[in-house]
Design a protein around this ligand. Sequence first.
Ligand SMILES: [Zn+2]
Ligand SMILES: [Zn+2]
Length: 134
Amino acid sequence: MTRNDPKSTLNQAGGSINHRAGYDFDKETKREALRLSHYRCEVCGKMKHETPEGFLSIHHLLPICIALEFYPEFSASLIASLANTMVVCVECHKEQDMLSMKYHEAFAQALLASTKQPKKPPRSASKVIYISSR
Ligand SMILES: [Zn+2]
Ligand SMILES: [Zn+2]
């Protein structure tokens, strides 16, 4: 047994960075997310050159830190799957991160549902939550 004592990973919010390996989207998933969003922020519709920062990010609908803490049964590949992506600009990303923390149960359910209906785009769930929170 060369594994670390699990207790040693229970420090501070966010936990160990190493545990996030595999939970991040790979290049292909990011590319596909951008393609599906038509290279626009899914919240405000800006393209990367229209943002002050000049780039778009791929947000985790169910954030890695939340998944690690509340949904340990979710696999890394599920967290890193296309169904968990959302293309956002820097400005909208802040808000989405807050929503993801607040409504993580809904995002977790949507993510689980996506595994049963792989063809269904993951977009609707987040949009509904976004609108209803306003
Ligand atoms: Zn935006
Ligand atoms: Zn995010």
